[in-house]
Ligand binder design. Sequence first.
Ligand code: PSU
Length: 305
Amino acid sequence: MTALLIFSAEVEAARRDGRPLVALESTIITHGMPWPQNRDTARKVEQVIRDAGAVPATMAVMNGAIRMGLDAETLDALAQAEGVLKLSRADIAAALASGATGATTVAGTMICARLAGIEVFATGGIGGVHRGAETSFDISADLRELSETPVTVVAAGAKAILDLPKTLEVLETLGVPVIGYRTDRLPAFWSAASEHPVPLRMDSAGEIAAAHRMRYRIGLPGGQLVTNPIPADAEIPAAEIDPIIVQALAEAEAQGIAAKEVTPFLLQRIFELTNGRSLEANIALVKNNARLAAEIAVELAKDAS
Ligand code: PSU
């Protein structure tokens, strides 16, 4: 029998030496960005984490095992592969059991991170409550995962294609702390701020690490969502992106796009409608999130020693 968890040499060494690790997802590579920017971004994001003193562990499912840390060749192959599955909580065990290749979503990556004892994870934007959810019931499994799995997730808010107030409501119902990093307003992915107040505010990685630790001490399951605004020089103001989102949503509806296809379809259409600007913003915000996640992981490692 092959091992269920396969660590890259870099991740293996970090585990042995007790160095801080940051989990990264792979759906953003296979379903979130076009080739070759997806591969290039994945590499740059990993480097941002190394430069900030932590070690990146990009997760993917291949040949019946969870790969933790992808070498250059594996990343290249995954970034160009067709028909890769998008693995959330509901799919991951079946994909592992059947030997399928799959990329992990935020929920899937949190599950992998917990298996490896990794407490911090950087992504672009989490999934959430889709607009029109009152009729479609389309709510990302990412929200429930945040309430169950003890990983601090750094994101630029929820993607602005979603219904942000409903996403906040569900997170509140599930008891997920939503922390604004140096902001009082919920970031809106491509835009630095929405009009919605963020429930908690913290101004340093140390405060976020301390709150993460305190959840263990009082026996609370689940993680934290840290919302980190896109850097000002990379943002697309809400007034500019909103009509484009509305158009992409109308096209998705007209074409009957549903379930797991919705988010990748919208990201691709918004990329086309902004002539690539949305991708540049997405790349900038993921790097920004990776930096903060590494700082939090470094703080958590100090605490552990
Ligand atoms: N962040 C990005 N791009 C992405 C994602 C996150 O910048 O494509 C992915 C994550 O894997 C997240 C998923 O879990 O989008 C949400 O998909 P859905 O809405 O189908 O749950």
